[in-house]
Design a protein around this ligand. Structure first.
Ligand code: NAI
Length: 333
């Protein structure tokens, strides 16, 4: 039976990379019917809301979406569509694999780390206020329920994928109550998974260890802010944004989207690397149960990278967005 998937191309480079990603995914043989919806600045101009209800309703109905990047105005203007979608659909676990790929310039080899970032709480709950004119307060929220579901997600993933270890990252030595609660929950849940090793690291030490000896890590789980920072650190370990996929998981829906943004500096020029979004497509195929198509697609991406003939500018080449998709489709055949 065909899988119905909501497609939100996004803006900036979103349209070009989404167009090529759809072409590639259709060539994998995975049976996908696309339900296309738009969100962001243009939709805001037309309808006065950057995230119309029908977009959320479509993701809720189909339970799976593939999304391109969407620009967020800085300082003023509408609130982030990305955060809006995560909140509306309770997408509590942000999942970012960082895996070494051939021909992607990087200082490290054989990296294979998965960051699971709590996606709803912490300082990102957005509870801030001024205290008089000269002080501001932001409130960090950590709940038992929020911590439990994201830590369980990390352990379930580790078990399902045959991974060996889960590391909880925190600052519980200083934030004894909030991060203390996260760590307490992680230690408790670890007892339900005796087949998976568990340890914890204080966030500053975790950063140093990731740079000194990243191979000691496997799956890492952490509150929102540390996850935001460490997942970019890990993207840097494997060579950057053009090849970094991600997913946002909730109980009722999953949204697959690249880590990178809308890259306004190269939008509309057919120069963007579509591989991050194409690799999101591989994660999505896997989620839909199309494991063979997913592995075939990853292998095709790896081969194109290893050959080094078709690389976009971010990887030191001069190929266009369309060239990359064409090269991957040729390998799929
Ligand atoms: P960005 O990721 O869009 O760009 C950073 C640099 O990386 C730029 O030089 C860009 O040209 C390059 N780059 C990014 N993706 C690339 C690709 N696929 N191929 C080749 N080069 C690529 O980050 P920036 O400039 O901070 O953000 C731009 C906009 O995107 C902002 O409005 C931001 O809020 C939004 N954004 C949206 C995200 C989402 O929708 N999930 C995530 C991150 C940022």
């Amino acid at each position: 039976m065909a899988h119905v998937v909501t497609l939100i191309p996004g803006d900036g480079i979103g349209d070009e990379i989404a167009r090529e990603t759809v072409r590639v995914l259709n060539a994998t043989g995975g049976d996908i019917v696309w339900e296309r919806h738009t969100a962001g600045a243009e939709v805001m101009e037309q309808f006065g809301n950057p995230l119309p209800d029908e977009v959320i309703a479509s993701v809720r109905k189909n339970k799976v979406a593939l999304k391109g990047p969407i620009t967020t105005p800085v300082g003023t203007g509408f609130r982030s569509v990305n955060v809006g979608l995560r909140k509306a659909l309770t997408l509590y676990a942000n999942f970012r694999p960082a895996k070494t790929m051939p021909n992607v310039p990087s200082r490290y080899e054989n990296i294979d780390i998965v960051i699971v970032r709590e996606n709803m709480e912490d300082l990102y709950a957005g509870i801030e206020h001024m205290v008089g004119d000269d002080a501001a307060e932001s409130i960090k929220i950590i709940t038992r329920k929020g911590s439990e579901r994201v830590v369980r997600f990390a352990f379930d993933y580790a078990r399902r994928e045959g991974r060996k270890k889960v590391t909880a990252v925190h600052k519980a030595n200083i934030l004894k109550l909030s991060d203390g609660l996260f760590l307490e929950v992680a230690r408790q849940i670890a007892k339900d998974y005796p087949d998976i090793q568990f340890d914890d690291k204080i966030v500053d030490n975790a950063c140093m260890q990731l740079v000194l000896n990243p191979w000691q890590f496997d799956v890492m789980v952490m509150p929102n802010l540390y996850g935001d920072i460490l997942s970019d650190l890990c993207a840097g370990l494997v060579g950057g944004l053009g090849v970094a996929p991600a997913a946002n998981y909730g109980e009722d829906a999953v949204i697959f989207e690249p880590v990178h943004g809308s890259a306004p500096d190269i939008a509309g020029q057919n120069k963007a690397n579509p591989m991050a979004m194409i690799l999101c497509g591989a994660l999505m195929l896997e989620h839909l149960g199309e494991k063979e198509a997913a592995e075939k697609l990853r292998e095709a991406v790896r081969t194109v990278l290893a050959e080094g003939k078709n690389l976009t500018r971010d990887l030191g080449g001069s190929a266009s967005t369309t060239d990359i998709a064409d090269a991957i489709i040729t390998k799929l055949k």
